[in-house]
Design a protein around this ligand. Structure first.
Ligand code: G3H
Ligand code: 13P
Ligand code: NA
Ligand code: ZN
Length: 328
């Protein structure tokens, strides 16, 4: 059944687990997420970005999620708008039947320019007001995602700030987090602790100075009833990078957020963990390998089935590591 994010995150907090929130753009991703959830009886958050809506079209995305609910009626599913850039976008998502929206007011509506605190509160408060009136949950964001060492926002072509960022912008302070939650009434709070979107998060396996799990602990201590969201939380599996590069790909040395660091965050209030890149890497690796090994094959179902299998492996591993097994 379709449920609101608040219901699911409250349950997660009560039972001490975290939920991966996978981005969905197509049938294969949806199948991987749902089949894995069904296998371990885990609840599901699927989220769609503006890019997903542009790629699949709003009605296709909506029906993809409705199809998931129809095929797996025993699994609670949240349909979440990822990085809504304005109140209008969030309103449109609610009309489409989403049960949760993110108003990302940390950036202006261009999705590139860091905003003022006042702007962020204003747009987020607006979305909280109209969403709560119809039982839809709201995620807000305070702080700008970026690499604490280089000041890079990460994602070169997608969601993320343009230009260099300051250390203060990229590390959410406890004071700002508390003030923002009180000023907006969000159900879930995304914070910046050194992660960034895309495959190029860290140039070496991250240490405590560039991945600030300690800040999550401080914010959780100050806001024990607020559900914390980690964006940019793909782990960038080295084994999939190897497969991609072995079969004609070209991805430079890079590291993601180690699963054990996310698990540490979950012990301290992290309830939603956003993952997109890992599914992209797994499906690309699976396609490259299959086509290289079967050069005469041309039925898309053959190689797309391999992507489902590969993505399902990631989904299963995250449901298990984050403690979602049996929680549906
Ligand atoms: O937050 C970014 C997500 O990975 C979505 O990426 O905008 O390319 O769909 P996208
Ligand atoms: P990744 O790029 O690390 O998968 O992050 C996805 C995300 O934060 C979507 O909002
Ligand atoms: Na989100
Ligand atoms: Zn994100």
């Amino acid at each position: 059944a379709l449920v609101s994010m608040r219901q699911l995150l409250d349950h997660a907090a009560e039972h001490g687990y975290g939920l991966p929130a996978f981005n969905v753009n197509n049938l294969e991703q949806m199948r991987a997420i749902m089949e894995a959830a069904d296998q371990v009886n885990a609840p599901v958050i699927v989220q769609a970005s503006a890019g997903a809506r542009k790629y699949a079209g709003a009605p296709f995305l909506r029906h993809l999620i409705l199809a998931a609910v129809e095929e797996f009626p025993h699994i609670p599913v949240v349909m979440h708008q990822d990085h809504g850039a304005s109140p209008d976008v969030c309103q449109r998502s609610i009309q489409l039947g989403f049960s949760s929206v993110m108003m990302d007011g940390s950036l202006l509506a261009d999705g590139k320019t860091p905003s003022s605190y006042e702007y962020n509160v204003d747009v987020t408060r607006t979305v909280v007001n109209f969403s709560h009136a119809c039982g839809v949950s709201v995620e807000g964001e305070i702080g700008v995602l970026g690499n604490l060492e280089t000041g890079e926002a990460g994602e070169e072509d997608g969601v993320g700030a343009a230009g260099k960022l300051s250390h203060d912008q990229m590390l959410t302070s406890v004071e700002d987090a508390v003030r923002f939650v009180n000023d907006t009434g969000v159900d879930a709070l995304a914070i910046a602790v050194g992660t960034s979107h895309g495959a190029y998060k860290f140039t070496r396996p991250p240490t405590g100075d560039v991945l600030r799990i300690d800040r999550i602990k401080e914010i959780h201590a100050a806001l024990p009833n607020t559900h914390i969201v980690m964006h940019g939380s793909s782990s960038v599996p080295q084994e999939w990078l190897k497969v991609i590069n072995e079969y004609g790909g070209d991805i430079g040395e890079t590291y993601g957020v180690p699963v054990e660091e996310i698990v540490e965050g979950i012990k301290h209030g992290v309830r939603k963990v956003n993952i997109d890149t890992d599914l992209r890497l797994a499906s690309t690796g699976a396609i490259r390998r299959f086509l290289a090994e079967h050069p005469s094959e041309f039925d898309p179902r053959k190689y797309l089935a391999k992507t489902i299998e590969a993505m399902k492996g990631i989904c299963l591993a995250r449901y298990q590591a984050f403690g979602c097994e049996g929680m549906a």
